[in-house]
Design a protein around this ligand. Structure first.
Ligand SMILES: [Zn+2]
Length: 111
């Protein structure tokens, strides 16, 4: 299995779960309260369940041959949508790179 693709898929879910939890990706891990960690853990489970329910039984369903999100991209709130309006509040989504990974988040919804 191509490690880059696996990491890429994990990054997509991380972006989505952080958005749904309202946590900004560049926040230092030690500064997140236990309650918010729990919410994040719950969202990760929901995002994965949702992905599977949308027919994603293989990696090819999530990531196309070019490495960009494929079919599942239709369901994404933030990943791959930098510069586009937030689906919750219409604020322009910010894109930045953290540790070599592209991260997209909403400055209004995520703190
Ligand atoms: Zn927003």
């Amino acid at each position: 299995m191509d490690q880059k693709i696996v990491v890429g898929v994990g990054n997509i879910y991380a972006n989505e779960a952080l958005f749904l939890s309202g946590i900004r990706p560049n926040r230092a891990a030690g500064r997140i309260s236990e309650a918010r960690y729990q919410r994040l853990a719950d969202q990760v489970k929901l995002v994965l369940t949702s992905a599977i329910n949308h027919g994603g039984t293989t990696l090819r369903d999530f990531v196309g041959g070019d490495g960009k999100p494929g079919y599942f991209a239709q369901q994404l709130y933030v990943y791959g949508r930098g510069g586009e309006p937030c689906k919750h509040c219409s604020e322009k989504l910010q894109e930045s790179r953290i540790s070599q990974r592209t991260t997209v988040y909403c400055v209004a919804c995520q703190r």
